[in-house]
Design a protein around this ligand. Structure first.
Ligand SMILES: *Cc1c(COP(=O)(O)O)cnc(C)c1O
Length: 219
């Protein structure tokens, strides 16, 4: 599936929106994940009215979105991939939300970058709900400490984000993230991807991050 013509992307998006609306009221926001997508795919999804986008890499996002930004001032760009401390300044300048705060060192880098840029970017904390050693995200047991550090540094933490293990049912991970957010008094829940966005919606997701179901398989 490498079909990226306009009607097809519009139809896929419509189908995702219908499913989300059936799964939850109000439905979560649809974050279109555009990593690796060519310009014609971006153009096609912008034409549908989609304005919220997720990107994994700072440099790639900058290259892809710089010129669309001037044309669509209402764009919302969300960083959903791991952030290196030396990219914090670029990330703060480009993104409207950073979803992947996951360690104390990054708290300090982001706080400094925001002060320097004079721009406050809300953040989510990424939680490694499956406690997978190779995966980014803070362990659930360490969440409270990181949240406190982030708040003390002046960061505006809005919510939590997770990527469940690929080989497990996602539901229990969504339930855990929702519970952790509730305990911490946080309202934003970024969870659900192409394979499980409807499930995530039923568990209270506020933002689903969907790539493949909108654009087809990434090349
Ligand atoms: C790529 C990516 C997605 C989208 O994945 P699909 O399965 O293509 O919908 C969502 N979240 C993150 C963090 C990603 O890296």
């Amino acid at each position: 599936m490498t079909d990226t013509d306009t009607p097809s992307i519009a139809k896929r998006r419509e189908a995702v929106l219908v499913e989300l609306a059936q799964a939850a009221d109000p439905p979560p926001q649809l974050v279109a994940v555009t990593k690796t997508q060519p310009d014609d795919a971006i153009e096609a999804i912008l034409a549908t009215g989609q304005r919220i986008f997720g990107e994994n890499r700072v440099q790639e996002a900058e290259a892809r979105w710089a010129h669309w930004r001037t044309q669509y001032p209402d764009l919302e760009l969300r960083l959903i991939g791991p952030l290196q401390t030396n990219k914090a300044e670029d990330a703060v300048r480009l993104f409207d939300v950073i979803e992947t705060l996951d360690r104390p060192k990054l708290v300090q880098s982001l706080a400094k970058a925001m002060e320097k840029a004079g721009r406050h970017v809300p953040v989510l904390i990424q939680v490694n709900t499956g406690e997978e050693p190779q995966k980014a995200g803070i362990a659930p047991a360490d969440l409270q400490g990181l949240l406190q550090q982030a708040r003390e540094a002046g960061l505006e933490v809005r919510g939590l984000m997770c990527i469940p293990p690929v080989d497990e049912p996602a539901g229990p991970h969504f339930a855990l993230l929702a519970k952790l957010a509730k305990q911490a008094g946080l309202s934003v829940l970024s969870m659900g991807m192409s394979s499980d966005y409807a499930t995530a919606a039923r568990y209270g997701s506020t933002h689903v991050r969907v790539g493949t179901a909108l654009f087809g398989a990434r090349s």
